[in-house]
Design a binder for this molecule. Structure first.
Ligand code: SAH
Ligand code: SF4
Length: 321
């Protein structure tokens, strides 16, 4: 019986009342610590692949493998769900289920590189832009960063790792105080406190002024810039006044702007901007002297683009059948 049960990775050993308590705890700890396994992969027409991982407790997360000519970028999750509740984001609508362990964060990288038989000499970029708010899971994130960057670990240079945050100022300050750290990206998405608070509840705790001050004090290396991500929502965040206010915000510290046209998902109530508006918005920022790019999100046709990541039907307590 036990061999069969052991194969079911998601079993809750701690609820297995016929076993002695210490044994239950030990078995559960082993399961909880096990690395995420790829259980489903979906290739997109643009060459990227969305992977679904299952962890020891049966929870599922997603990661995206995006190959370019000379390198690969992996988009990683940091939590199951997210507590931040941004109104335009599918993950935000799930709520928070739990933090990932550092092993589960590193495990996503190892599993994706193995799955794609990644050649060792080809550079790897990591972006924490999957499910979750990475700075809300600070300790596990930074423990994973150590393994990912260590010469004895995956030896990925710190400058190739980017952490994207919705704006947790305490976490930004903590990250800024580290001698070795990833690069920072901020999801700005709104240019007045009123607008930003409406779509990103975290703005009610740390508003735009607090963010600008924290980013202004963030110690940068020479040539380093903070990425400002900006999701364009039709009729909500895509006006040319927004572009001008965004430019004024971005000029307060070395930055580059990454515009992300909204990726639609069911029931969000938002729409992507018109193409002509993306062009005009972009022009307004570059005329203000800012480096700006438009992120044509990859994996859209398989639901793997920014803000589309959600694992449906995850019950809070997987049951023993
Ligand atoms: N929680 C972190 C990182 C994950 S979200 C953060 O918010 O920064 C990664 C990026 O996807 C963020 O810039 C977020 O604003 C953006 N995003 C979320 N939902 C989106 C959607 N539906 N369309 C386009 N971008 C989205
Ligand atoms: Fe969380 Fe980022 Fe989605 Fe906001 S945009 S809900 S912080 S994952």
């Amino acid at each position: 019986m036990f061999a069969g049960l052991m194969r079911q990775r998601w079993i809750r050993w701690d609820q297995f009342s016929t076993l002695a308590k210490p044994l239950r705890a030990r078995l559960q700890a082993e399961v909880d610590l096990s690395w995420p396994a790829i259980i489903q992969s979906q290739g997109s027409s643009d060459g990227s692949t969305k992977h679904i991982f299952e962890m020891g407790d049966g929870r599922q997360i997603e990661g995206v493998h995006m190959p370019y000519d000379d390198r690969v970028t992996l988009c990683l999750s940091s939590q199951v769900g997210c507590a931040m509740g941004c109104t335009f984001c599918a993950t935000g609508q799930m709520g928070i289920i739990r933090n990932l362990s550092s092993a589960e964060i590193v495990g996503q990288v190892v599993a994706m590189l193995n799955h794609h038989a990644h050649p060792l000499d080809r550079p790897v970029n990591l972006v924490f832009m999957g499910m979750g708010e990475p700075l809300h899971n600070f300790d596990h994130l930074m423990a994973a960063f150590e393994v990912l960057t260590d010469a004895e670990g995956l030896a990925i240079p710190p400058r190739r790792i980017t952490v994207s945050t919705s704006g947790l100022v305490a976490g930004i300050q903590r990250m800024g105080s580290l001698a070795r750290r990833p690069r920072l990206a901020l999801s700005l998405n709104g240019t007045t406190d009123e607008h930003r608070s409406r779509i990103m509840p975290v703005n009610r705790v740390w508003g735009l002024e607090a963010l600008a001050e924290a980013l202004g004090r963030f110690p940068l290396q020479s040539g380093e810039r903070i990425t400002l991500e900006y999701v364009m929502l039709k009729g909500v965040t895509d006006s040319l006044e927004d572009a001008r206010r965004l430019a004024a915000f971005a000029r307060r510290f070395p930055s580059k702007v990454n515009l992300i046209p909204f990726n639609a998902h069911e029931g969000s109530g938002y729409e992507p901007p018109e193409e002509s508006r993306i062009v005009a918005f972009c022009r307004c920022l570059s005329e203000a002297g800012l480096p700006v790019s438009v992120r044509r999100s990859r994996g859209q046709d398989v639901g793997g683009a920014c803000g589309q990541l959600v694992r449906e039907g995850q019950s809070r307590h997987p049951k023993i059948p």
